[in-house]
Design a protein around this ligand. Structure first.
Ligand SMILES: O=C(O)CCC(=O)C(=O)O
Ligand SMILES: [Fe+2]
Length: 401
């Protein structure tokens, strides 16, 4: 067997992890100029260094430093650490000619709804480049201001249908009749059913959508670094009545912030039409940057607590047809609204700027695992990971190499 290219991929992944040491050293030297002195953020630098020195391994203690510093500094630690990282890692140009969201920008003379028209195309130049830059920066700016952005252009129907079928088949395989009961909101049906990354990582559609050059460009413009693909999953949320607050809490249907990594943006893909009554993704806009002090606490927050803080009018509910994709900086306060009368099927991928944070299973490294394994499934995922490393770069697939 020729393992030469795989060894190169693994080497390149390790080099990519190592690059983060530039940010660690920068922070180590300058942190008191960047952030108010704080014991926990100091420890967070050490934790990040541990991550790099161990070639990408996190401990629970290091992860806790990140999570706690976020709360203690009211988000500033993550913002500063992420900005420092961005000054040390080069951006990638993504080739927009293969985007599935091409309807955003049309060449002069093409028919259809034109979101942006071209200006200043010089001979021999890509005359759509300016237009794309405008759309990308507009989306990134919307994320920065509000914490979310929704695409007007849907994912092509064939991709939505094939992804949906794979997820439904897996749900039925694991849960049998409970799936139909959940869809119909029958008494006793489960509130939520999940397809874990163990399965979704086999679905090419997850990579195809999330590696789209347009989405990667928007997330890169927002985070300042080329994004890393992390935690592909899918959920079915049933409109069955919730038994209690704990059930809602366990299924992310109470307000909370995510905090597994330094900087991240979640890509959500609706696989059913989602209206106000079907449990839309709901967030409090702007809370990724600003919120009343007590709402920086880790854990869940009730709707009443949001209202009492005067934030009810900042609630944003994201609806859309099947095939709608949107990006959310889920370090903001957010939840899946509990559906009233229709169940919701949704897939998601987390884009992140670093894998520092929550411990990652070494078994996630499919290319590395494939060198020693005869398991067909591992080889299939490894093939996808190689393909999308070629398409979008080693850094994008770093978690899975
Ligand atoms: O179900 C939703 O809309 C939100 C889920 C959630 O909290 C998350 O993915 O971080
Ligand atoms: Fe969440």
């Amino acid at each position: 067997m020729n393992t030469f290219p795989d060894k190169l991929l693994i080497e390149a992944r390790d080099a990519s992890i190592n690059l983060e040491m530039l940010a660690v050293d920068d922070l180590d030297r300058n942190i008191d100029g960047y952030l108010q002195p704080n014991w926990r953020t100091r420890r967070m630098v050490d934790s990040w260094r541990n991550y790099v020195l161990s070639n990408g391994k996190n401990t629970e203690a290091d992860y806790l430093n990140l999570r706690t510093a976020y709360t203690e500094t009211e988000g500033r630690s993550n913002k500063v650490f992420s900005d420092v990282l961005a000054t040390h890692i080069r951006n990638l140009p993504y080739d927009m000619s293969s985007t599935m969201f091409s309807a955003y920008v049309q060449k002069p003379g093409e028919k259809g709804e034109t979101t942006v028209t071209m200006v200043n195309g010089e001979d021999g130049e890509d005359d759509t480049a300016d237009a794309w830059t405008k759309v990308i920066n507009g989306a990134a700016r919307h994320l920065e201001l509000h914490g979310w952005w929704k695409s007007k252009v849907l994912v092509p129907d064939v991709i939505v249908k094939s992804l949906k079928k794979k997820i439904e088949d897996q749900l039925v395989k694991e849960n049998g009749d409970a799936v139909q009961a959940a869809v119909e909101g029958k008494d006793g049906a489960p509130l939520q059913l999940k397809v874990g990354s163990r399965h979704t990582q086999n679905y090419e559609e997850m990579y195809e959508i999330s590696s789209d050059p347009f989405l990667l460009s928007v997330v890169q413009a927002y985070m300042g670094v080329p994004p890393i693909f992390n935690t592909p999953v899918a959920f079915l949320n049933s409109f069955v009545k919730a038994k209690n607050a704990k059930a809602l809490s366990d299924t992310a249907q109470l307000y909370h912030h995510d905090m597994h990594r330094l900087g991240f943006v979640k890509l959500f893909i609706y696989l059913t039409d989602v209206e106000l009554h079907s449990g839309p993704h709901t967030l409090v806009r702007g809370t990724h940057r600003k919120r009343p002090s007590h709402l920086w606490a880790d854990g869940r927050h009730t709707d009443e607590a949001i209202a009492a803080a005067g934030l009810a009018s900042d609630e944003t509910r994201i609806t859309g047809k099947a095939g709608t994709v949107f990006l959310v900086d889920t370090s903001c306060l957010h939840k899946g609204a509990h559906p009233d009368s229709e169940s919701r099927l949704m897939a998601q991928v987390q884009y992140t700027n670093s894998l520092f944070g929550k411990p990652i299973a070494q078994s996630d490294h499919k290319v590395e695992a494939s060198l020693r394994s005869k398991n067909d499934e591992i080889h299939q995922v490894a093939a996808l990971v190689r393909k999308y490393s070629m398409r979008s770069g080693v850094r994008f697939m770093q978690n899975f190499i």
